[in-house]
Write a protein that binds this ligand. Structure first.
Ligand code: PGA
Length: 250
């Protein structure tokens, strides 16, 4: 049995005050008896305070990206070692907003992923197709390319220390959720691709769904056989909605 994981991705939102309030509400409201791990991926500058406030709680800290290099002259990047020093457990890599808005390629995403693994941070590897790619029947092809780029570089065993998130671009921030069947179909495909490389790894790896997960659709998505939790954008900024999503597991 795979344990469920729900990850909030705050993106570029929040103030010191709003973050403090949000975390206080999450800590107070989280039912730790539920079979779910919870994490929040904060903007880099908030991470020290977030880690401090979450110390001793059941909520883990994540970042929204991580460097593809260990250290050195890489202006603007944050290394895995720096994240580890501040208590970060997870780092999102290859989010579609990084790929589309900031031009991150499959190769760069694979390098970030490999560096995270090496540095002791669990990468949450995002894959997913655009609307155009879905409509032209290329969903599996695109997802496979994104996945292969990472597995060819880091090896399938690396997934023992990683999480995958299927986050179709057309469903992110649009209010359009993939139906639970649409999502399950791609999750099953991803697990099948991994199974071709290593069956035991495929059974264990958590595959999250991301894309307009809300309080009222989370339970149906999480009930699908290959959906092991969610990557939650917009709704992770609302403590009530995020908690409902966390509790929709199991
Ligand atoms: P959303 O974001 O929940 O706001 O659609 C999801 C994501 O970024 O993966």
């Amino acid at each position: 049995m795979r344990r469920a994981l729900v990850v909030g991705n705050w993106k570029m939102n929040g103030t010191r005050d709003s973050v403090r309030q949000l975390l206080a509400d999450l800590k107070a409201g989280l039912d730790v008896g539920k079979p779910v791990d919870v994490a929040v991926c904060a903007p880099f500058v908030f991470i020290p305070e977030v880690a401090e406030q979450l110390k001793g709680s059941a909520i883990a800290v994540g970042s929204q990206n991580v460097a593809d290099q260990k250290s050195g002259a890489f202006t603007g990047e944050i290394s895995p070692a720096m994240l580890v020093e501040f208590g970060v457990r997870y780092a999102i890599v290859g989010h579609s907003e990084r790929r589309a808005v900031y031009g991150e390629t499959d190769a760069l995403v694979a390098a970030r992923y490999a560096q995270a693994i090496e540095g002791g941070v669990i990468p949450i590897l995002c894959v997913g197709e655009t609307l155009e790619q879905r409509e032209s029947g290329d969903t599996f092809k695109v997802v496979k390319e994104q996945l292969d780029a990472v597995l060819d570089k880091a090896g399938v065993q690396s997934l023992g220390k990683a999480v995958i998130a299927y986050a179709p671009v057309w469903a992110i921030g649009t209010g359009k959720t993939a139906t639970s069947q649409q999502a399950q179909e791609v999750h099953e495909f991803i697990r099948g691709e991994i199974r071709k490389r290593d069956a035991a790894v495929a059974e264990k790896v958590q595959i999250l769904y991301g894309g307009s997960v809300k309080a009222d659709n989370a339970a149906e998505l999480f009930a699908m056989a290959d959906i092991d939790g969610g990557l939650i954008g917009g709704a992770s900024l609302d403590p009530k909605a995020f908690l409902t999503i966390c509790h929709a597991v199991g």
